[in-house]
Design a protein around this ligand. Structure first.
Ligand code: KIV
Length: 305
């Protein structure tokens, strides 16, 4: 079997090329230089490795794992242990990107002690460099506590999927004046708490632009328009692997469903029609063993007759 060399894909930066290791400090430099930051989710070794090798600066093991990989209906059911299992796999695939782990629903809602212990597990056991927490100003004190424990935190405001039952569905936030004021308060509170970056999800472009201009921390948009400091999308969304119509903000960059179905059907057809495996794809006995085996079989046949 031939093995593709690491970083050997044409058009992609090599895994070991002089790309720098992305840190939270470097994210701020990107913001100051107005260089857009890219972020994708990933949930396993193979895809996180490809995302990392393609030069994406931030890789998020999102709690979207719940729907994309585990087949849950929403993000509320995914557990710390399930998240940690995937964070560890992604850690093995990522070299240069900053690795973020999403704190799942329930892992930071009970009390600050358990939140701190769960965040610590992501760093110690999973190798995450940043943990992400949904919610605005009401999370500022907790976020400060976690940062005090030397764990960088990413904020996440606007349409926060873990609040689906409170929001009454996945609804764009900040569409009226009081909603905008709340989002500004949330953004400023988290910025002052010292978040490493701030995910803005499902908010009007105009509001995301105001927040981005107001806060020191880099803003990473998803469904928040082009004026954020960076953009994040879900890996399965950009590759048509979600079995559902995409949200308005999603852009598809490939058809993974088509590619996989095609390959799987071709494999099935080849096996059914005895086209796979071929003789070249089979192992053969060494010549001497084959001669010896033929002799033994011939002797057996002679004894039987
Ligand atoms: O879980 C997730 O995938 C996310 C983002 C898309 C921001 O939180």
């Amino acid at each position: 079997m031939s093995v593709t060399p690491i970083g050997g894909r044409p058009g992609f930066p090599g895994r070991d090329e002089i790309r720098q290791k992305i840190t939270t400090a470097i994210l701020r430099e990107f913001k100051h230089r107005h260089e857009p930051i890219t972020c994708l989710t990933a949930y396993d070794y193979a895809t996180s490795r490809l995302v990392d090798e393609a030069g994406i600066e931030m890789i998020l093991v999102g709690d979207s794992l719940a729907q994309t990989v585990l087949g849950y209906e929403n993000t509320l059911s995914v557990t710390m242990d399930e998240m940690l299992h995937h964070v560890k796999a992604v850690r093995r695939g990522v070299k240069q990107a900053l690795l973020l782990a999403d704190m799942p629903y329930g892992s930071y809602h009970v009390d600050a002690e358990s939140a701190l212990s769960n965040a610590t597990r992501f760093v110690k056991e999973g190798g995450a460099e940043v943990v992400k927490i949904e919610g605005g100003e009401k999370r500022a004190d907790l976020i400060r506590r976690i940062i005090d424990a030397e764990i960088p935190v990413a904020g996440h405001i606007g349409l926060t999927p873990q609040s689906v039952n409170v929001m009454g569905g996945y609804k764009v936030q900040g569409k009226n004046l009081s909603g905008i004021e709340q989002l500004m308060r949330d953004a400023v509170a988290l910025d002052r708490a010292g978040v490493a970056c701030l995910v803005l999800e499902g908010i009007p472009r105009e509001v995301a632009a105001m927040i981005t201009a107001e806060v020191e921390t880099p803003t990473i948009g998803i469904g928040a328009g082009p004026d954020c400091d960076g953009q994040v999308l879900v890996f399965h969304d950009i590759l048509n692997l979600t079995f559902a119509p995409p949200a308005k903000f999603v852009r598809r960059y490939g058809d993974g469903a088509e590619l996989i179905s095609h390959a799987v059907q071709a494999f099935r057809a080849d096996v059914k029609s005895l086209q796979y495996p071929s003789d070249e794809q089979s192992y053969h006995l060494p010549k001497e063993t084959k001669v010896g085996l033929d002799t033994v079989l011939a002797r057996k046949r002679a004894m039987r007759s």
